[in-house]
Design a protein around this ligand. Sequence first.
Ligand code: GLU
Length: 473
Amino acid sequence: MENNVPRVRFAPSPTGFLHIGGARTALFNWLYARHNDGVFVFRIEDTDRTRSTDEYIAAILDGMKWLGLDWDEGPYRQTDRMDIYKKYIRKLIDEDKAYYCYCSPGELEQRRKEAAGTGGHMKYDGRCRERKTPVPDVRPVVRFRMPRDGKTVVEDLIRGNVAYDNAMFDDFIIMRSDGTPTYNFVVVVDDVEMGMTHIIRGDDHLNNTPKQIHIYRALGCNVPKFAHLPMILGSDKTRLSKRHGATSVQAYREMGYLPEALLNYLVRLGWSYGDQEVFSRDELVEKFTLDNIGKAAAVFNPEKLLWMNGQYMKDTPSSKLGELVMPFLVRDGILSEGHALDEEWLSRAIDTLKERAKTLVDMAKSLRYYIAEEVEFDEKARAKFLNEKSLPYLEDLRDAVSADDDFSERSLEEIFKAIMEKHDIKLRKIAQPVRVAMTGGTESPGIFEILDIIGKEKVIKRLEKAITMIKVS
Ligand code: GLU
């Protein structure tokens, strides 16, 4: 059957959360499918039952959905497909392309030790290759008959041709003695059954590929095209791991990153398009090709990701950021559950903050001083700015604001001007104490903006509080 529709897949093992590297693999497959009007298949490789959990499956699904990497087929689960694998194992045995091996783990261990003693590398020696009769009371494994000489060439779309001496390999196990099939075998069966045309995955799988190529051949199937993605390293140039800080998609979500920013950052780990850094999703779909993936390992740089997120925060409409920040306000105890905020007000508040907030968590933190009933003071700021010197300005401001029915940016400017003239001071002298009285700290958006957002009633309350604090201290 001639089928021109490209079919690719993301096939994570649910032995952990969705990792940055996994998410990048998923993204590249997704982009490949979308760019080529292909099909993106999602498959859970959970044959390792001791390490796979339902919790991780749910977390991976959740991460994919959050990133907006929608799949066209699946999620398939390998544990639902055991009968299919058995059928293929049977076929290979019947055709003598695989065989039962009765060597016990103890015997293999013994041989390994002997090989180590002579400095040799332990490969299975093929002892059961020609065995015709079963060994009573022993549950055998099934081994795949690998060629013993010659070479296998992996024609990789990113790496070029990579040749392996077949002498490197042994007759590897495709079914354990408990009847469960192994990764190198099931991955091929699934990729055949699911009609994969391209296998795009991390290059930690490159060395498995020659074995898999022989299984395709043994099954009489076309070998798909391979594209092995360069590794992702941490700042110290070792493979990215927990030692380098947060590495799961979930962790970035909880730290207040936007999925679009994370995707944009991930795509640049290995793929490039001239010097361009920021891409919309549509642009990525339009521009993504495997040709633009480099061979060199990519270094994960959390600061750059943070910068990227800041760019996306700036470009996201404030009303949308308002929706996105709500769960963080509740989670971080800034807003009680079920408490609604006026959407229009929240949007205006966010307008004043989005230039500097790098994450939704930053944003929530800054919103605290707009929302909270009580200001939390930074002690240093309080001591420096809320004191006898600023007291008369704060009192004048309180009186003037109380009498100001307008409470607009213009009327506030007038009020400030009058106080500055009366005391012969610069704006800074009054703005900083007011800023501390309003926000607890010395950094915030423009003073008139924040007064406007906080609103007359709360402004007066906060001025009163600052005045009282100065007086009793
Ligand atoms: N399940 C494998 C993994 O999570 C991926 C297999 C593949 O892409 O071929 O590493």
